[in-house]
Structure formats: structure tokens, C-alpha cells
Design a protein. Sequence first.
Lengths: 404, 227
Amino acid sequence: MLLKLAWRNIWRNKRRTYITIASVMFAVIFAIVIKGLKEGMYDRMIENTVGNYFGYIQIHKSGYWDDQTLDNSFSIDQQFLDSIQKLTYITNALPRLQNFALVSSDTITKGAVILGLDPEKEEKFSSLGSRIIEGGIIENEELAVLLGYKLAEYLKLKVEDTLIIMGQGYHGNLVAGSYPVKGLLKFPSPELNDNFVILPFTVAQDLMSAGSRATNMILDLEDHNKMEKYTTGLKAYLGSTYEVMDWKEMMPEIDKMIEADRAEGIILMGILYLLVSFGIFGTVLMMLAERMYEFGIMISIGMRKYKLAFIVWIEMVIMTLLGGIAGMLLAYPLLIYFNLRPIYMGDDIAKAIEEYGFEPIMQTSTDPGILFEQGFIIILLATIISIYPIIKIKNLNSVKAMRA
Amino acid sequence: MKNVIETKNLCKTYEGVIPIHAVNDVDLQIQDDEFTAIVGPSGSGKSTLLNLIGGLDHPTSGEVIVNGHDLSEFSESKLIDYRLYHIGFVFQAYNLIPVLTVRENIEFIMMLQKRKKEDIKNRIHELLEEVDLLDKINKRPSELSGGQQQRVAVARALATKPEFVLADEPTANLDSKSASNLLDTMERLNKEESITFIFSTHDQRVIDRARRVVTLEDGKIISDVQK
């Protein structure tokens, strides 16, 4: 009966109810789309840097992350690989050898990151082949390199040209080699395009006189959401000889930036919902003024005030939920649409965004959690707004109410 | 005959620059089966006295004793129960919940008493037959005349099987025919069902039908006439 009463009360003034529901609906659509764009941006940022390069978890020799030299590399053998791969939550383990060196064409020299990796495993992990924009992919033990396309542009190198690498290898050995450019890569992350030279893992080991050593072991996980739990487990499993780091430890600036941006988003949402709240609050005030006499009658005949307050709360929740659900139903297709068809930024804006190291694409996240979050906010909003009428009802004097 | 309601030195003063003694030292006994009108000009304290008897307002001093219990000793929660289980209220106008049908308005108060569904259903039929509105059972208040609405209010007041009914100016907004019908219904219920009715009114039609007339002036009883 109380629910029936609440439902019918909502439709006493249809126009006012429709306006209230519409205001909630548009706010929810706006909030979901903005949130979807932001979360999509974070997802891409993480995927581009973590999924395509860093990996969610890395294993190094202890101390490597603070002093990234070949002398802090570790020996890698089949027994070590097996001990990692037997962990069921690890779907792929990729050894890498990374160093800094000078790279040159005929006339131009530049400092670059030399990255030795296993092309077959990397294909499964990051679809390396799909990044090739010119030429072809390298194979294991092939004496050839892949270049970030921006680096190639800088060095004025094309596919089949020769790249010279000079640097310091394991234990300070001076090392040098020349390799044909087999392909050019385009990564979503501008930093990788500007600085990276990729060659097969064993070729890199030979070049750097590193024997069977690796600097990093990249781990791909069964469930990325459990990364922190896996990291803790691995730290205990491998002991102090190795350092196990997840991407948040390796790149705290990205994590902090996402957190800061999320906080900014919360403020924006807060302002939006505050504006909507005032609209709903106006409805509440009018509703209270109209029904004060009726409340007085209901209390006089024996209705308990908390039941009356419950009816008013339910009315608020139903009204905001109707708007919220309508907003969710309309917003989710938008999230799917902009996920399948991301917005590519125009040239000038794209350049500016790339300068900050981000991909100039706006793609929405389709995580249903965004919808549930808004649903929760709406019920919270209705509850907060209901506080005023609930207090009014609690302090209601039925005699005065019936005289009003 | 026993006293259902008794007031002793009952006073209600509204504080202000000039205090208003709305009810001033009223001693009144109401017995079983009475059909009593409390009359007097506007501002004489009729409604205030009814509110005090109904536990809707608290006296400044004095006592309201109902079936031997002093209302001033009741907590807020007990007062609500007192109103729900012992009193039927009929107000001047707009008594009913506009979004509920006639049936639901009567059902509502019995639901507050947590009565069984079958009991509720039977009682609704019984009451609407009494007030001759069975054919309007699914109508909303806005679809009824003022008189019909007040008869539904009487049915609702009786739904809880109260010991007495307090009616505050029940005929004030009714035409002669509607008022007459309403009073017929109340009079019949008083005689046949032994329900005590106490009215506050300045409507001569009610005064004429009442078997006892208590007259108030400036919050004091100036006459108490049994017919």
C-alpha cells in the first residue's frame, strides 16, 4: 500500500514529474558519456603503455629499476622460465634485453633505446606485427631491426637501409653493429615512435655481449584486475634476488595523473549533480507545500511519521531512478557507438595531445560499472534530497499542518 | 453508562504578546453512546478542545482521561496508537487521500492497524453499505460530491472500530441535503452501533440533531444542555 501510494503521488502532477525525470535523465546521460570518455582515455593510455610495452608486471634483478644498466641484468635459463610459466595466472612471460645506445644513419646520430625481444612471444602479447606500417616483422635470430617511424624519419632511414648501433655492453664492453632496417613501427605512444630500435632477443644479447642475460621479464596476466595481488604473491615467490614491480610502481606518474583526472571528474560530476539536485529540491518544496494538510490528516488518523517519511523517500528514489534508468538506457548505446567508432582528433589538436605523450583518440569505455556507479549516485542523491522533507515530517505538528 | 472521556481543569494557552486561552479550565464528561455537539462562535475553542481530546495537541495544564488513562502520560508513539485504535476522526474537508480510491482510503487505515486481508475486505463492504456508497467503491475522492466524501470519511473513521468519533465541523462545506444525509448516517450508527459521536460545530442542523449541546465561549463552558 505504501509503495502504491508513493507511485500514485508521483503522478499527481504529471508535467512536474516529467520535467524532474527529464532533468535527471539528461544529467545522467551527460555524466555517463563524460565518465565513459575519461575511463576510455585511461584504458587506452594503460593499454598503449602497459599492454603494448611495459606489461602489467615486470621481473628484474634487484636494483635494476633504479639503475637501469646491463650490469643489473640477470641470467635467464629454461629452469627460470619454467618456474614462472607454471604459475597459472601468468599467461605469457617475455624476456627482454634493454639498453641505451647511439644509433646512426650516414649523417645523423641520436641516442635511442635498444630493445631485444622475442618476436613470436611479443606477437601474442602486443600484436607487434600489427604496428608495422612499412616493411615486415623480424624473426627470431634474424640480423635485422625495426625502427619507430619517427626515429626513422629523424635519421632519414627507409626500409632496407642500414642502421649503425654503438654503445656500452655488459661489463662496460664497447659494442657496435650494423643492421638492415626490416620494418617501421607505429605505436600509439609517441615516445616509442621517437626512440625505439627493436631487434631479436638473441641478436641483442650478442650485440651487447650479454650472454644469456635479460634485463626485464614482462608478465602477461590472466586477470589484469588482480595485478596487485599477483605482484605481492610473486614477490614472496621469487625472494629478494629479484624485484617484482607492477606498472603502477614503474610508472607512478601515469597512475597519479589518472587519479588526479578522476578527482577532477568527480568535481565536475559533483557540480552537475548539484545543479540537478536544486531542480529536484524545488519539486520537493512544492510537493511539501501542496501536501502539508494531507500529511496532517494522515498523522492525525494514526499514521506513524517514519512511514510517511518512507513514502516521501520512495517517491524521490522512484523519480530519480526513472530518470536515471532512462539516462542509462540512452547513454549506453552512445558508449558502445563511440567505443566502436572512436573520435579522431583534428591535426592541430592531435599534435598538441601527442606532445603530452598521449594518443589523439577519444574512445569511450563500455564498462557497465560506469552505469552502476551512476545508479548508486542517483539513489544517494534522492536520499540526500529526502533529508529535508523527512526532517519536516519528523517535526510536523498535525494540528498546525491542517491549519496551513 | 460510563465516562468514556473526562477532562479535568483542562487549559490550553497559546503564548504570544497577548496569551490566548483557547481552552480555559474545562471540566467535561462524555459517556457511552452520546451524540454530543460542542458549539460556540469562531475562536471559542471548539476545535482546540477536540484536538486535546484526540491527543493531537498537548494541554498547557489539566488532564484528559480516556477510559481511565491520562493522555499526558502517553508517549508520542502511544498517542499514535491511541488515535489509531481508539478514535475515529472526521475533519471539516479534504479528509481523504486524493490518490487512493474509496476502498483504498478505508483499507489504508486498517492496513496501519495490520488487520488481516479478509477482515479488511469484509469490513470495507460492511462500512460502505452502512454509508450507502458501495457503488462508489472504486471511485477517487475527486469523483465524489462533498457529502459523499464526508460519508467515506465517516466510514474510514469507523473502520478501526473506535470507541468514539471526533468530528470537527463535518458539515461545514456541505449543502443541506448532503449535510442531512451525513447526519442521518451518523445518527443511525450512534443508535444502532452504539458509537459515541462528539462534534465541534456551529451548524444549526447539527445542533438540532444532537442530544447534548455543550456551549463554549472564550474557552469556557457556559452551558451544557441534555435534550
